[in-house]
Design a protein around this ligand. Structure first.
Ligand code: NAI
Length: 483
């Protein structure tokens, strides 16, 4: 089987050489096509950090094994790591966190065994980078949570939990505050949970989750989260097992999957042959499992665990009373320990399975849309206006445009209601939203919305608008704080 390999920048080539050396010594049946991605590709003028040939090779082969890559600062270019994950829709970021003998943590010292998997949604949320300045003082970001995107990652998490024989699958969220966005993610989780009655599925508010993870991490098994919350919680979990150097990362999609170390390019130690290849090796082992090479993955992982348990370590971790070894010696020690198993938590033998490559010959972009029969109506508009006037002045301006059909319901500043009721203690910024709703949810046409916009724009500066949608009797918008 052939896979694409991008060595990366900084320590990338050193740790990739170490890992591929271990794979070759273990006779892993893979061949590698090296592709050009990373800093020097940006420097040559490719603004997405990869050559067209690299993109084509990865799309043909479907698997990318990559070292860390540097995004040039201040050149207005986007991270090649994020571009790769998003372009190829690797919607599930699967990160495993396990207690490793030889890697001391407060939990390992207390005899608490950690075996956690975080599945983080990888495409949506505020990571779309859809941001605007509404006024010079007010920046907003769109937070995309979609039914289709949530379903892809949550279904992946359930399937993975089932295969792993998980004790529990938990949805982390903040649906108590973000009722529509996190609410949709939780709704999809609860719908999919019904298809897996054999799994104990529950949910937890993300702040409570963080508190429980740092006090009783052993209570959790598989946790699925939206992108930003998952980003933060997964690094928290890395800290529980010894840091980013011990946490593999897989970015799984239906067609293309990416396996990478989660740490950066470590420019301070690049070229010195002292970097720790463990994170990249663990990610490579996740890749072998993904490709059905279970026996080989277990054999190499047990050799790695035995090596760690015996106290051999690179300079960044381990018992300081034992001298550290360099990258090459560390990798050779793992090879020398092939066939050995650690005393604590050896990985159990698992049979190989046939990997069925995904069909990569798409002719159009997949559309994740659902057909709904619910009747759709627009029942109002939120106009975002720029003003440094007091709320009563804004209410007077908007009040001029109230008709028999359209009423002014609320005026808010930063989401907090300041009219018709509010508090003198609410601080204001120079941007309000003013909510116009129809009487008895009468439908509002596009023409009526344009007329209202034109009329209001004569009296104030409109900086944005949002339609108030309803599907059947379900409102597609949230109430203002205090409304
Ligand atoms: P970093 O992870 O490269 O380094 C942080 C610290 O950890 C440094 O002291 C470094 O020496 C140490 N370190 C990291 N990996 C190590 C390893 N394998 N062995 C031993 N020590 C290790 O983070 P930093 O300095 O914030 O970022 C450096 C560059 O890496 C930036 O250009 C950043 O954009 C890029 N980066 C790339 C990522 C990726 O490709 N997935 C992820 C994070 C950062």
């Amino acid at each position: 089987m052939k896979i694409a390999v991008a060595k990366g920048d900084g320590i990338g080539p050193e740790i990739m050489e170490a890992v591929i050396g271990i794979f070759d010594a273990a006779k892993i049946p893979l061949t590698y096509e090296v592709v050009d991605m990373g800093k020097w590709v940006f420097d040559k003028g490719f603004s997405n950090g990869m050559t067209p040939e690299a993109k084509q090779t990865i799309e043909d082969l479907g698997i990318l094994f990559k070292g860390p890559m540097e995004t040039p600062k201040g050149k207005g270019v986007k991270s090649v790591n994020v571009t790769a994950r998003k372009t190829w829709n690797t919607y599930a970021n699967d990160r495993k966190f396990q207690t490793l003998s030889g890697v001391d943590t407060v939990f390992s010292k207390a005899g608490v065994n950690i075996d956690l998997t975080i599945v983080r949604e990888n495409i949506e949320d505020t990571y779309g980078g859809v941001e605007h300045m509404l006024t010079q003082d007010v920046a907003v970001a769109r937070r995309y949570i979609t039914r289709g995107g949530s379903e892809q990652v949550i279904r992946y998490a359930f399937e993975m939990a089932k295969k792993k024989g998980a004790r529990r699958i938990t949805c982390g969220h903040k649906a108590n505050i973000m009722k529509l966005t996190d609410g949709l993610f939780l709704e999809v989780f609860n719908e999919i949970a019904k298809e897996y009655p054999e799994l104990k599925a529950d949910d937890i508010i993300v702040d409570d989750l963080c508190m429980k993870l740092v006090s009783r991490p052993d209570l959790f098994d598989v946790i699925v989260l939206t992108n930003l919350q998952g980003d933060i919680v997964s690094d928290l979990c890395a800290g529980l097992v010894g840091g980013l150097g011990f946490a593999p990362s897989s970015n799984i999609g239906d067609h293309i999957s990416i396996f990478e170390a989660v740490h950066g390019t470590a420019p301070d130690i690049a070229g010195k042959n002292i970097a720790n290849p463990t994170s990249l090796l663990l990610s490579g082992l996740s890749m072998l499992r993904h490709l059905g090479l279970m026996e080989q993955a277990v054999m190499v992982e047990n050799a790695l665990l035995f090596t760690l348990e015996s106290g051999i370590h690179t300079g960044d971790f381990g018992d300081k009373s034992i001298p550290s070894v360099n990258t090459t010696v560390f990798a050779q020690a793992i090879i020398d320990n092939f066939g050995q198993k650690p005393k604590n938590n050896p990985r159990p033998a698992l049979p190989n399975f046939d990997f069925i490559p995904a069909d990569c010959s798409l002719t159009s972009n997949p559309m994740l849309a659902y057909k709904s029969t619910d009747k759709h109506t627009v029942v109002g508009v939120d106009f975002f206006i720029e003003s440094t006037e007091q709320p009563t002045v804004i209410a007077d301006i908007c009040g001029k445009h109230v008709t028999d059909k359209i009423k002014l319901v609320t005026i808010t500043n930063r989401g907090t209601q300041v009219w018709p009721t509010g508090s003198i203690f609410t601080n204001l910024v120079n941007q309000y939203y003013c909510r116009f709703e129809t009487v008895n949810n009468a439908p509002l046409s596009q023409d009526e919305i344009i007329q209202l916009y034109s009329a209001l724009a004569k009296d104030c500066t409109i900086c944005s608008l949002e339609l108030l949608n309803m599907w059947a009797d379900k409102k597609g918008y949230s109430l203002a704080q205090g409304q």
